[in-house]
Design a protein around this ligand. Structure first.
Ligand code: GLU
Length: 533
């Protein structure tokens, strides 16, 4: 290994850590060459020795990374300059993939949570097809908007914590979220007021009663936030300092962030019908007010309005799966890397979904399926397999408990085939498949990834790492930080991102150099000027 003017070694250290501008170049070239070869192998059965636009996109699709994924947008934009079959050299490939390096590398090394995605997705499709044969149940008919829904429809989508996605059937058909808004509203209340304050007004025990029963617990509070009384209470705890319009805006923004930036719809007819037929919900609110369950100064008519509006938000399974995937990854959206809820909030929410999410079938569902889920009368089922993936199943025919018939069947089949039941790991022997990446491969050196992403200009990966609590100012063995690498490599957007997150602008590496020195040395004048300021 030689040394450059700074005295820094010019290759990756033996321990695989140190990085500098030219330094990492050789190692990275080798990494890209490996990735290039690995992707070639992933498309089809025989490697061709080269990649094309078509083959690169195919390799992504085979891992469940859809062309619309924001993480590969810069890459797909660059690919647009090529025709489908044009051969893309290693050098071109390196330039094209740089902004998505983190994802591409994990994908090529089979480090996404479901490494054998194709097989897994095929199994899910089979389960979907089996469920289609089930014609039992009846659509909800308490409002005409639900009674009119075509009962044969079914959509299934899933999104893993690494943003691997697949959709089946009517996955883009809109449905109103109904009771599946309850976990989201509960999370919002927790984020606004904290667990202690929220649970001053709502319990956390299964009620053992019907979801809209006129009953409170022994403290005269609603039993939990997953039944109507508790959901109305959660609505009273969100955005208390705002007017109704801004409260609703906040809810829509949250759904949008949970769904990876896709704006949810809204069904005004459902809202009007809900409001017109809501005697029980009005009764519940008055009953709670009589028992002084609400915070002082609560306007219950406004809160009810807000609750009906939340139930009338429209999603598709495609979007809802990303929402569930965000809960599965502890509150960080798998496709955008944005943290929407804290880990603690999600933990509380999943606990209650597990014990109370499926109406009067909750105990049986927890026992036999063993996965947190929340259903709604529109026939939606939002299912969360923590640290693996979120699923959304929608099919409007309901059973006597108010759960989607096909949705419940889907979940039963899912845990029969895969080891996803919460307690499968202690089952003595099982013929169920565990499609997850093995645990021992999960160890991650976050600083190493951060520094590498900075040198590549991969802002997405950096924001994903941030969401997981990685310290953006952390330094490697040589005292090199993300800012040093971004400055050396001329990655202006990364420099901007890091500064906006308040990292120390003048850290010194072990040769005493600051990022500003690096920018000057490599003649990135704009960055040097920015760092000077
Ligand atoms: N809007 C319905 C109600 O409050 C929600 C029903 C549900 O999905 O459980 O009665």
């Amino acid at each position: 290994m030689g040394a450059d003017a700074s005295g820094a070694p010019d290759g990756r250290r033996a321990d695989g850590r140190g990085f500098d501008a030219e330094e990492g170049a050789d190692a990275l070239h080798a990494d890209f060459a490996n990735i290039y070869a690995a992707l070639d192998l992933k498309v089809g059965s025989k490697p061709k020795g080269h990649l094309s636009k078509k083959r690169i996109l195919k390799a992504f699709a085979a891992q469940g990374i859809l062309p619309t994924d924001v993480r590969i947008k810069a890459m797909t934009d660059r690919l647009d300059a090529f025709d489908d079959g044009d051969e893309i050299s290693l050098d071109q490939f390196t330039r094209i993939c740089r902004p998505s390096f983190g994802l591409v590398e994990r994908m090529a090394k089979d480090e996404l949570v479901i490494p054998d995605f194709r097989t897994f997705a095929g199994e899910i499709e089979t389960i979907y097809e089996r469920c289609l044969e089930n014609g039992d149940g009846a659509v909800a008919d308490y409002i005409p908007q639900l009674a009119r829904v075509e009962p044969e429809q079914m959509g299934v989508s899933f999104c893993t914590v690494d943003g691997q996605r697949a959709n089946y059937g009517d996955s883009d058909a809109p449905f109103c979220v109904q009771s599946s808004c309850k976990p989201i509203n509960y999370c919002m209340a927790l984020e606004a007021l904290g667990e202690e304050e929220v649970h001053r007004h709502v319990g956390r025990e299964p009620s053992g009663r019907s979801f809209n029963e006129l009953a409170l617990n022994h403290r005269y509070l609603p039993h939990n936030p997953m039944i109507n009384a508790g959901a109305i209470m959660a609505c009273s705890l969100i955005g208390r300092d705002k007017d109704l319009a801004d409260r609703f805006d906040g809810v829509m923004r949250t759904w949008r962030a949970l769904a990876g930036g896709d704006r949810p719809g809204y069904n005004n007819a459902v809202y009007l019908s809900e409001k017109a037929t809501a005697d029980r919900n009005f009764a519940l609110a008055y009953f709670m007010r009589e028992n002084e369950a609400f915070p002082d100064d609560t306007d219950i008519l406004e809160v009810l309005d807000f609750y009906f509006q939340c139930c009338s938000i429209e999603m598709s399974t495609e979007r809802m799966a990303v929402v569930a995937g965000t809960l599965a990854s502890g509150g960080v959206c798998p496709t955008t890397g944005e943290r929407v809820f804290s880990n603690d909030t999600v933990k509380d929410c999943l606990s209650l979904m597990y014990s109370c999410g499926m109406y009067d079938f909750s105990g049986e569902f927890a026992f036999s399926v063993g996965i947190p889920a929340k259903s709604g009368v529109s026939g939606v089922l939002m299912v969360v397999i923590p640290e693996v993936m979120g699923l959304a199943i929608w099919s409007p025919r309901l059973d006597k408990h108010g759960n989607s018939v096909r949705g419940v069947e889907f979940c039963k089949r899912l845990v029969k085939r895969f080891a996803f039941h919460n307690y499968d790991n202690i089952a003595e022997r099982s013929d169920r498949i565990d499609p997850r990446r093995p645990r021992e491969r999960e160890e991650t050196d976050y600083t190493f990834h951060l520094i590498r992403a900075a040198s590549q200009g991969d802002v997405n990966e950096i924001s994903r790492l941030t969401a997981f609590g990685v310290d953006l100012g952390s330094a490697d063995y040589d005292g090199r930080t993300a800012l040093h690498l971004a400055a050396s490599e001329g990655r202006a957007d990364v420099v901007e991102f890091l500064l906006s997150r308040g990292v120390d602008p003048r850290p010194r590496d072990r040769w005493g150099h600051t990022p500003h020195d690096d920018a000057e040395r490599h003649k990135h004048d704009g960055i040097a000027a920015r760092l000077e300021r």
